[in-house]
Design a protein around this ligand. Structure first.
Ligand SMILES: Cc1ncc(COP(=O)(O)O)c(C=O)c1O
Length: 421
């Protein structure tokens, strides 16, 4: 019996309405930018499996590092214990994160990284004897599916049944060149009328919202305002981190530096679930006390898993290599050429690109999870390309090691599909 048949019996998939969804693809193998299904068909992974496998599936350097680590030390708790992979990873991360970052806290996925960041911010003020109960977040942001992360997220398609149970959040629109002044004034009102603890945001690119971009200048101004009111700024770089925008972090385009960073996904290049929440010395110091409970009493069993840390160390070595730097620049310039080629197409409303992210808004009305969107997804699959449209936005975010002909095949498929819808 095929995997797909056996799957149907017992499995419950994420983000899936099982009554209407098409069966999943049974994947049996992956290599470089390719995935292979159980019927022997290959697919180009045009979104690097939710932007994780940025150095290619089955990357040998990362696999070798993990295998070596597994033989040396498989796992130990991280409360009361430490180990070389965690220490080395913290040193490597702090070499590439902005200079104000100083301490690394480990979690095991993107949502829990954001959850820890929000709890850190709330307890930071609690420890100082101040009650600050409000978060600030962008409309249409996405930060994950645990309750704190869901609260910060503004995409109602995910949060509907849980709205009554969420934290207090005030929302602002993302700033554009024309709206910076009005967004700043809106933020000013929120800061004046609420006890705000933290501003949580996806810097420069809102992924789940449909790869929507906003300006570094606008974000700098908002972070500046928050800092004037001593509100901690939390950069969720779970999607943007590790080279996606053409720099190591989207925040490298900013002059104002956030206080807390959340990183996951490409951190381990898709090889292991791991995430980190990094912060400044000042935030860390607010948890130092003779009172035990002023410490951060938050833990996940698999925190700082040695095998995940080993994968992340190897991934950072790749990220900072000349070879991967070249790959990122090559993809960025191919995206720009394709943008020129396609932007005047009659079925295209807007094309935007930054680093290896390319997003096309189709001039076709579509529900986020509607049947037309599903048809579009299927048309790409039929051509052997995995792209996962977000409503009417088709985006490409390939592994840095994608071959030029594979990338061209994706572009050509987009043009062909535009003729079919
Ligand atoms: C910006 C951002 N934050 C948080 C998350 C949640 O990460 P995870 O799915 O690992 O919980 C995601 C996942 O797509 C994301 O893109």
């Amino acid at each position: 019996m095929s995997l797909v048949h056996r799957d149907k019996k017992h499995l419950w998939h994420p983000l899936t309405q099982h009554k209407t969804a098409s069966p999943p693809l049974g994947i049996v193998k992956a290599e470089g930018a390719l995935l292979f299904d159980e019927e022997g068909r290959s697919y180009i992974d045009g979104i690097a499996s939710w932007y994780t496998c940025m150095f290619g599936h089955g990357n040998k350097k990362i696999m070798d590092a993990m295998t070596k680590q597994m033989k040396e030390l498989d796992f130990t708790m991280f409360s009361g214990f430490t180990h070389r992979p965690a220490v080395e990873l913290s040193e490597k991360l702090l070499e590439i994160l902005p200079e104000n970052q100083s301490k690394i806290f480990f979690n095991d996925n993107g949502s829990t990284a954001v959850e820890a960041a929000i709890k850190m911010a709330l307890q930071y003020y609690f420890n100082k004897g101040e009650k600050r109960d409000t978060l600030i977040a962008f409309e249409d942001g996405f930060h994950g599916d645990t309750f704190g992360a869901m609260s910060a997220s503004g995409l109602s398609s995910y949060n509907g049944p849980f709205e009554d149970f969420l934290l207090k959040v005030e929302r602002i629109p993302v700033p554009t060149d024309d709206t910076i002044e009005s967004v700043i004034s809106q933020l000013g009102g929120i800061l004046k009328n609420n006890a705000c603890a933290a501003f949580v945001f996806e810097p420069l690119v809102q992924g789940a919202a449909g790869m929507k971009f906003h300006s570094a200048e606008g974000l700098n101004a908002l972070i500046g305002c928050c800092h004037q009111h001593e509100v901690l700024c939390i950069a969720d770089e779970i999607m943007t981190g590790f080279g996606k925008t053409g720099r190591h972090f989207a925040c490298d385009y900013l002059t104002q530096k956030p206080d807390i960073f959340c990183l996951s996904k490409a951190l381990t290049a898709g090889m292991f679930p791991l995430s980190i929440t990094s912060t400044t010395e000042a935030v860390f110091n607010a948890f130092l006390s003779n009172q035990v409970t002023k410490g951060f009493f938050h833990a996940h069993t698999y925190s700082a898993h040695p095998i995940g840390c080993a994968a992340a160390i190897a991934a950072i070595d790749l990220l900072t290599s000349e070879e991967i730097g070249q790959g990122i620049r090559r993809i960025a310039s191919s995206h720009k050429m394709f943008q020129k080629r396609i932007e005047t197409h009659q079925k295209i409303k807007e094309v935007r690109t930054i680093g290896v992210i390319l997003a096309l808004d189709l001039d076709v009305e579509m529900d986020r999870y509607g049947s037309l969107r599903d048809e579009l997804y299927q048309l790409f699959l039929d051509r052997g390309v995995i792209l996962r449209p977000l409503g009417n936005t088709v985006y490409v975010l390939p592994p840095y090691v994608i071959q030029e002909q594979e990338l061209s095949f994706i572009y050509n498929s987009i043009e062909e599909v535009l003729e079919q819808i």
